[in-house]
Structure formats: structure tokens, C-alpha cells
Design a protein around this ligand. Structure first.
Ligand SMILES: NC(=O)c1ccc[n+]([C@@H]2O[C@H](COP(=O)([O-])OP(=O)(O)OC[C@H]3O[C@@H](n4cnc5c(N)ncnc54)[C@H](O)[C@@H]3O)[C@@H](O)[C@H]2O)c1
Length: 253
């Protein structure tokens, strides 16, 4: 898919991986609607003729429709990059006192990360399916999992469940939407230098960077954005989850 001139929606676009993706798509000549729970100074600085911001919760059907309406104001929606998501609840299955972990936070993590993904995917794909195909595609979607989908750490059951499910639906979605000529791929990031990680002490961040085989650094949001754009562009990549992690394999804790 040619990026120049297309309309794209980026969820989680006010921060981190989503924000970098908005910048990359803009640099490549796309018009972008950034969707997030709240705006940020960084996305506000980009808002203009080619970038809009829409405040929306990705689990809210009406709110996502509103964002898609904005994206389709001047033409068809061709691309979705879904980055919105939250961290886990750090809950052990059985706690120190022998008590079972709660269900509520587990359900909330799955609701935001998995239901949110499915909600945005289904609503965006329905819009894309009405497009005229260009170079064989009516649209292309990139979802965001995590290496926790494969090497979940202790205390990550909810986060891993939500991200393994995003990986799991990727091939199904690609098969399901093949007749609509819409491609679906997923990026599984390793450890990225975003506000989600910014809460950690700098020595802990440095320790994490040292665990990456090569390159020995945290992933940068630009690494993610570059791959997201490549997955949109390359018409033969479909139904794939790509680990983007410097070859890291997470230890049990
Ligand atoms: N940073 C990492 O190391 C890392 C690693 C693996 C996977 N990921 C995944 O990458 C994605 C992006 O994370 P990030 O690191 O850029 O974090 P981030 O916190 O910088 O950005 C996530 C954005 O999603 C938004 N968001 C959360 N819930 C939302 C909702 N219900 N509706 C709309 N927006 C919502 C937040 O407001 C935030 O702006 C997430 O899905 C995360 O799980 C991140």
C-alpha cells in the first residue's frame, strides 16, 4: 500500500509507540487521526491540516465510530495502527498469604487490551471493506501485542492473556478479512522506551537494556513506527506477528 495521500487512524496516538507512528505516517504524506483517552502536548503540536486528534476510549463503540467518521471526512480510511493499551495488574495467581488473585483487574486488562483491539479492528475493517481496492488492498491493519504473549513473566497472567490473544486473532483476522482484501499484521514489541516504561528508575531501565542481546538498548518508538509503516506498505505480509525485540527472551521474573 502506498502511504502518500492515504488516511490512517492511530490509536494510542498521544503517546509512545502510537505518537511515533503518527509522526512517521505524517512524514510519509498520510493524513492521520490520532485517537487516545486524552490529548498530550506532543500530539497537539502535530495537529493541523494532516493530523487530527479525537478523544475516545477504544472499548467504546460509539466513540470509535466518531473517530472513524473524522478519518473518513475527506476520503476512505486505508490504514489502522492500533497501539492503545495498558500494562498488566502485577497480580500473582496465588498471593503471599495463599489467597487467589482477584478477577476484577484481570478482566479490566483483558477488556482494554483485547476487547479494545477487537472493537477497533472490527469497526475499522467494516469501513475499509467499502473502499475501492488500490494495488490489491482495500485496507491494512497493524495491531500491537507484546513479547509477553510468548514469554510472560511472573505476575503477568492478565497482560499475557490479553496480548497472546491479540497474537492469536491475527491470523484469524487475516483469513476472515481476506475476501475483503484487508490485511492484518501484529507487532510484538520487546522493551521500549516509552512513558509506559518511564515510571521505572533509571538504573532499572539500564538493567533492562543490558538484557537485550543486540542492539544493547531499549527499543525506540521510531523502531516500532518504522516497522508499522513497512507492514502497511508491504502487500505480501499478512496474518503475521513480528517480534520487534533485539532477540530478547524474557526471564521468568
Ligand atoms: N513500551 C513497551 O515496552 C511495550 C512493550 C510491549 C508492548 N507494548 C504495547 O504497546 C502499546 C503502546 O504502548 P506504549 O509503550 O506506547 O505506552 P504509552 O502508555 O506511551 O501509550 C499507550 C497509550 O494508549 C492509551 N490508551 C490506554 N487505554 C486506552 C483506551 N482504553 N482507549 C484509548 N487509548 C487508550 C494511553 O492513554 C496511552 O496514551 C500498548 O498496547 C502496550 O501494551 C509496549
Amino acid at each position: 500500500m502506498r502511504i502518500e495521500g492515504i488516511r490512517a487512524v492511530v490509536t494510542g496516538g498521544a503517546s509512545g509507540l502510537g505518537l511515533a507512528t503518527v509522526r512517521h505516517l505524517l512524514d510519509r504524506g498520510a493524513s492521520v487521526v490520532a485517537v487516545d483517552l486524552a490529548t498530550s502536548p506532543e500530539i497537539e503540536a502535530l495537529v493541523g491540516p494532516s493530523v487530527s486528534f479525537v478523544q475516545a476510549d477504544v472499548t467504546d463503540e460509539a466513540a470509535v465510530h466518531g473517530a472513524l467518521d473524522v478519518a473518513e471526512q475527506d476520503g476512505p480510511l486505508r490504514a489502522l495502527v492500533h497501539c492503545a493499551g495498558r500494562g498488566g495488574d502485577r497480580t500473582r495467581i496465588v498471593d503471599r498469604d495463599g489467597q487467589p488473585g482477584g478477577l476484577e483487574t484481570f478482566a479490566e486488562v483483558v477488556r482494554v487490551n483485547l476487547f479494545g483491539t477487537y472493537n477497533v479492528l472490527r469497526l475499522a475493517a467494516a469501513r475499509m471493506s467499502a473502499n475501492e481496492p488500490v494495488d490489491g488492498d482495500r485496507g491494512a491493519c497493524v495491531l500491537t501485542a507484546s513479547v509477553a504473549a510468548f514469554d510472560g513473566q511472573i505476575g503477568q497472567t492478565s497482560y499475557t492473556a490479553s496480548k497472546a490473544a491479540v497474537h492469536g486473532i491475527t491470523l484469524v483476522a487475516a483469513r476472515d478479512l481476506a475476501s475483503r482484501q484487508i490485511r492484518v499484521n501484529t507487532i510484538a514489541p520487546g522493551i521500549f522506551d516509552t512513558p509506559m516504561l518511564g515510571r521505572l528508575r533509571s538504573d532499572i531501565r539500564e538493567g533492562l537494556a543490558a538484557t537485550v542481546p543486540h542492539p544493547k538498548r531499549l527499543g525506540s518508538p521510531d523502531d516500532y513506527a518504522q516497522l508499522a509503516v513497512a507492514l502497511l506498505e508491504n502487500s505480501y505480509v499478512n496474518g503475521e506477528t513480528v517480534r520487534l525485540d533485539g532477540a530478547i527472551r524474557m526471564a521468568p521474573r
